[in-house]
Ligand binder design. Structure first.
Ligand SMILES: CC(C)(COP(=O)(O)OP(=O)(O)OC[C@H]1O[C@@H](n2cnc3c(N)ncnc32)[C@H](O)[C@@H]1OP(=O)(O)O)[C@@H](O)C(=O)NCCC(=O)NCCS
Length: 170
C-alpha cells in the first residue's frame, strides 16, 4: 500500500467511503466538498492509495481562551482568544484501519499547525474527540482541555483535547 496525503479535489469520489461512523461518512459525502470549495469553512485532506480514498481529516482555523488550558500554559499566554488549528473531522475507511492511516493524517495536521504558526499564529491543535477515539489522540500527545460548561445529555459527550504547538512533532 502506497499512501499519499493531499487536499480533497472537487472530482474525488466521496460516496463509497465507509468508516465505522455513519455521521462522518455522511459529512464526507455531502458536506466536505461544499465546505471547502464553496463556503471556505474547512479544508479536507485525504489519504489516498491511487484513486482509493482511505481516510480524511478536515481542519479549520479556530480559537480558544487560555482559561481552557492547563494552569502552566495559562500563565504563559495572554487572556484574549488564542489562534488554534481545529481538527474538525477525522475518519479512516474500515477497510484501511489499523495500518497507520489515521496517524499519517494526524502528521499532516501537525505540519499544517506549524505552517499556520509560522504564517499567521497558532498555539496548538484542538479536537472534540469521540470517547471511543480519545485513546488514539492521547497516544499522539493530546491532553484534556478544561471541559466547557454545557447541558448534560444521555449520549457520551465529546472530549475536548489539545496539543500545544511545542509538543506537536515537526
Ligand atoms: C480512530 C481512527 C481515525 C484511527 O485510525 P487508524 O488508521 O485505524 O489508526 P492508526 O492505524 O493510525 O493507529 C495509530 C495508533 O493508534 C492506536 N489506535 C487506533 N485507534 C484507536 C482507538 N480508537 N483508541 C486507542 N488507540 C487507537 C493504534 O493501535 C495505533 O497504535 P500503535 O502506533 O501503538 O500501533 C479510525 O479507527 C476511525 O476512523 N474510527 C471511526 C471514526 C472516529 O472515531 N473518528 C474520530 C472522531 S473524533
Amino acid at each position: 500500500m502506497t499512501v499519499a496525503v493531499r487536499r480533497l479535489r472537487p472530482d474525488d469520489g466521496r460516496t463509497d467511503f465507509r468508516s465505522g461512523n455513519i455521521d462522518l461518512n455522511r459529512f464526507f459525502a455531502r458536506y466536505a466538498g461544499q465546505n471547502q470549495f464553496r463556503h471556505h469553512i474547512g479544508t479536507t485532506y485525504v489519504a489516498v492509495d491511487g484513486s482509493a480514498i482511505l481516510g480524511f481529516a478536515t481542519v479549520a482555523a479556530s480559537e480558544l481562551t487560555c482559561t481552557m488550558l492547563a494552569p502552566a500554559a495559562r500563565k504563559r499566554l495572554p487572556a484574549y482568544p488564542l489562534p488554534v488549528l481545529r481538527l474538525a473531522r477525522l475518519a479512516v475507511d474500515q477497510r484501511a484501519t489499523g495500518q497507520g492511516v489515521g496517524q499519517l493524517l494526524l502528521r499532516t495536521v501537525f505540519a499544517l499547525a506549524h505552517k499556520m504558526a509560522d504564517e499567521m499564529g497558532c498555539v496548538g491543535v484542538v479536537v472534540d474527540a469521540k470517547p471511543e477515539a480519545a485513546g488514539f489522540y492521547r497516544k499522539l500527545g493530546f491532553i484534556e482541555l478544561e471541559a466547557r460548561a454545557g447541558a448534560l445529555g444521555d449520549r457520551p459527550q465529546p472530549q475536548p483535547l489539545f496539543i500545544e504547538l511545542g509538543a506537536v512533532p515537526k
